[in-house]
Design a protein around this ligand. Sequence first.
Ligand code: MRU
Length: 361
Amino acid sequence: MKIEGIAYRSIRHDGDSILILDQTRLPWRIDWLRLTDAAGAAHAIKTMQVRGAPLIGAVAAYGLAMELRADPAGLESVAAMLGDTRPTAINLRWALNRMLLRLRPLPVAQRAAAAWDEAVAIAEDDVETCRAIGAHGLPLIQAIAAKNPGRPVNILTHCNTGWIATVDYGTALSVVYQAHDAGIPVHVWVDETRPRNQGALLTAWELGAHGVPHTVIADNAGGHMMQHGQVDIVLVGTDRVTRRGDVANKIGTYLKALAAQDNGVPFWVACPHSTLDWSVDDGVAEIPIEDRDEAEVTHTTGLLPDGTPGAIRTAAPGSRAANPAFDVTPARLVTGLITERGRCAASIDGLRTLYPERDAA
Ligand code: MRU
């Protein structure tokens, strides 16, 4: 996707290293950071310089590949270290497992070159997957537009599911971009997504850069908007989908799903194959939820009056805070999943129709 008219991906190759867009600086600064090894990749994932389920998987794969050049025997320990950086998004483990399956059978001397090729393949897979998700979601938007000629389709989204959360295109936002590019009038309600404000900071920036009309709303406003007919569809991404269709995503997603069901608003989840966790059934009981620093809740980051980015305390002095970073929306609240293979019900049967080989495995 483009920044000021120039096409970028969120991972760029530069010789033996990669450049990533530092998301802790956006939207204030566009800083490309060089990563040269696994420790740098792990740091970028942990501190959320890179974030978004598909992107952290791809960056971990590159981190492993870069490290193997210096230490080709360190495959298992480096993969384990990278896999421990964030617990909820299964894409991280999916990418590292794919690397391990490819590299384990090889002689040590061949691993570094093969690892780089596999990391590139993972990134390319993500680009094509996200493009296809957009194409399979587009008919949903076309159908709403056809029913309401003369007015934009109002889409509510949560967190950031755009090109910077993936290698390119995005997941839920890939649908938005393809609809906008097809000439369908769309307008996006952007949940600010406290505590880290990925919506207000990142999604709003991305949509603005692509020329998509949007409005940032407080996280608590969505239910009210739905009651008043101002939301045609909710489109979100996910960090892990279980075999029976439960959906882990950024904290607050579950409340939007409850409000959507109460108001008859369709609630769709964009889900790449790398986000499916066939080993888990009950998402609420079984998906590990990342607990993050309480400072993300007690403080808010933004532009300080002197024009520099920084954090200010917004909670009462001395108060403690809890910071679960994800929640799980049970499958019964999900209208359907949009995958690179098509759309399906959020259920074992729905997923089996699109991914029969996962069931067999
Ligand atoms: O904590 P984050 O910002 O990495 O969380 C990201 C999300 O929750 C996204 O919605 C998710 O990764 C799916 S789409 C890329």
